[in-house]
Design a protein around this ligand. Structure first.
Ligand SMILES: [Zn+2]
Length: 597
């Protein structure tokens, strides 16, 4: 490290050289300088040029004059002296220095590898034979959306203040946390920032807004209640279990500088809190009065929101502060006045129920697959389905089965070890491997595979055996690598599978199910018309069904079920009331009308 620089401004190099014999000396303090020059004023000398250069003294070897060399010290030397120089150590603050040295972590971008990271390390090793920091978070550079270096001349640079004004500080911070490990280069573009804004910040804010909306309607004050764990239903216990597992995960990840992992854990939790817990618990908040079940729902969601605010506060300081201050400080003047003054949450192991978390995870997986199967079969969610078969590692209890049935609008979920009745496999030769081996037999191989018992063949291949057969006198032997496998289903069934779970929807709709589907569609259309007509939630109406005898008959048959849902006093065949509209209901044209009573 050539630490001298030919500059005027900077820390003067503390080396004096004899103009006669070239003798060199390094001076360690002002006191030493005054002692050598014999001038007591030099103990107070300004240590910069030109003042310091006026101090000279006699050479001990030849008696000529010793003068400071003209160079200053490389400014990286000053940066590297930060740990001790900031405290004027060792002249002062010895205890303070000991408390703070070495640092737990330092962070700068990758260009500091040969700069600050190095100069700190070099000086600390020289002086203390010890690293001055325990961890280095090396940040990758921010690039443009095509992975190019940002530069003013290319015109692809983003002004950080414009970006902050456009997207907000929380959204930009969040993008950098969740996008990739901090040491990788980050491609910065608005769309990606907005995606995180929508997915995480938006979902968190909407969940919070949902809570506030109903808490205000009910005048709910969380500081007047306590969370009574033993009284909670399974959904609440599930959210609290996930929450306490999240606390441990976030704490451990942050402790280990795992930044994107932390962000993803928060993102997943907020997604499940909103799209599973709140969605499935919504009606509990709509209930009249303040029964125990409603208190449970409020206190569970309140606990989750406040805890998430504290967990996410280091990453999205502004939104979490808003949430915390409104949820906590507004009701509790004794609480810390900022989320950033709160203690970091500590997990309560008594709330963690891993079995419950696993079971619900399976429910969620089955529901996602069931929805996919419904989509492929092109059956709307409002159309009830009779049976869904599920093959999974273990069968879930009735409680979870009912959740699945409700979510997927299926009358019955049946766990089974065997879904072969509904699914089979089809095979085609993998030309890359089969071609070179059995080029001439290819036609025969295709024919054999087209006629093979799919389930039986798949069992063999899965067990590591080959399919062995004869084509025109040549023995053919195919392994799993030699075939392209596709799962297919029996007519009238639709399946979806991964490594552990298979779901099979029975898409054969009985007349009853079809009628129920029509009734559900009619209800949905009437609800839409109520809204479009500007009726209040409590307004009673009359309904007309005209121009379609089939639907009129279905409406008559299901009159009570429909009337209860849409608050109708009557459903009248062939009547056309004030607000009418022609609809296509599952292929049936019908005029539906509504009027306030
Ligand atoms: Zn000399």
């Amino acid at each position: 490290w050539a630490i001298s620089r030919n500059r005027y401004w900077g820390t003067p190099l503390n080396i004096w050289e004899c103009e006669g014999c070239g003798h060199l000396e390094s001076i360690g303090s002002r006191a030493e300088l005054a002692e050598r020059s014999g001038n007591p004023d030099d103990a107070k000398v300004e240590l910069h040029r030109p003042y310091i250069d006026a101090v000279t003294f006699t050479c001990p070897d030849c008696g000529k004059t010793m003068k400071r060399v003209p160079e200053v010290i490389d400014c990286w030397f000053d940066s590297g002296a930060m740990p001790f120089a900031q405290h004027h150590y060792p002249f002062e603050n010895q205890e303070l220095f000991k408390q703070q040295f070495p640092a737990q972590f330092i962070s700068e971008a990758v260009d500091q590898t040969r700069g600050w990271f190095h100069s700190l390390m070099a000086e600390s090793t020289l002086l203390f034979n010890k690293a001055p920091y325990e961890n280095v978070i090396v940040l990758g550079h921010v690039q443009d959306e095509n992975g190019q270096k940002m530069s003013k001349s290319k015109g692809n640079a983003v002004d950080p203040f414009d970006a902050l004004a456009t997207y907000g500080a929380d959204a930009i911070r969040w993008y950098f946390y969740i996008n990739s490990a901090p040491w990788l280069p980050n491609r910065f573009h608005g769309k990606a920032v907005q995606e995180g804004q929508r997915k995480f910040l938006g979902t968190l804010w909407n969940t919070y807004a949902f809570f506030v909306l109903y808490a205000n309607i009910d005048g709910f004050d969380a500081s007047k209640y306590t969370l009574e764990y033993d009284k909670l239903p399974v959904m609440d216990k599930w959210l609290l279990s996930k929450l306490n597992s999240l606390i441990t995960e976030v704490d451990t990840d942050l402790e280990n500088y795992k930044i994107p992992e932390t962000a993803r854990a928060l993102d997943d939790f907020v997604d499940q809190m909103s799209n599973w817990y709140v969605r499935r618990s919504r009606e509990r908040f709509w209930a009249k009065g303040m029964e125990q079940d409603k208190i449970n729902a409020y206190m569970t969601l309140y606990t989750a929101l406040v805890t998430v605010a504290k967990l996410a506060a280091p990453m999205i300081p502004f939104m979490t502060e808003d949430i915390y201050r409104n949820l906590v400080c507004a009701n509790d003047p004794s609480a810390p006045e900022s989320v950033h003054l709160c203690d970091f949450p500590v997990a309560n192991p008594a709330y963690v129920d891993k079995q419950l978390e696993e079971d619900m995870e399976e429910v969620l997986k089955i529901v996602v697959m069931g929805r996919a199967a419904r989509n492929t079969a092109n059956i709307k969610n409002r159309q009830p389905i009779g049976t869904m078969f599920v093959k999974a590692e273990k069968a879930l209890s009735d409680f979870y089965q009912e959740i699945i049935e409700e979510e997927l609008n299926v009358k019955e979920v049946k766990f089974t070890d065997d879904v072969r009745e509904f699914t089979t496999y089809t095979f085609k030769p993998q030309l890359k491997t089969v071609g070179p081996k059995y080029g001439k037999q290819l036609g025969g191989i295709k024919e054999y595979l087209a006629n093979v018992d799919g389930n039986e063949a798949m069992d063999k291949l899965n067990a590591g055996e080959n399919l062995v057969f004869d084509v025109n006198g040549t023995e053919v032997s195919l392994s799993l690598d030699d075939v392209l496998v596709e799962m297919s289903q029996k007519e009238g069934y639709m399946s979806e599978a991964d490594n552990t779970v298979t779901v099979v929807l029975d898409c054969n709709l009985s007349e009853e199910l079809v009628e129920e589907g029509f009734a559900a569609e009619i209800i949905s259309k009437i609800q839409t018309m109520r809204k479009d007509s500007g009726f209040e939630v409590m307004d009673h109406i009359k309904v007309g069904i005209a121009g379609n005898d089939k639907l009129a008959a279905i409406a008559a048959k299901n009159e009570k079920a429909i009337a209860d849902k849409v608050l109708a006093d009557s459903i009248d065949k062939d009547a056309v009331y004030a607000n009418s509209k022609e609809w296509n209901v599952n292929g049936e044209k019908v005029t539906i009308s509504v009027e306030k009573q």
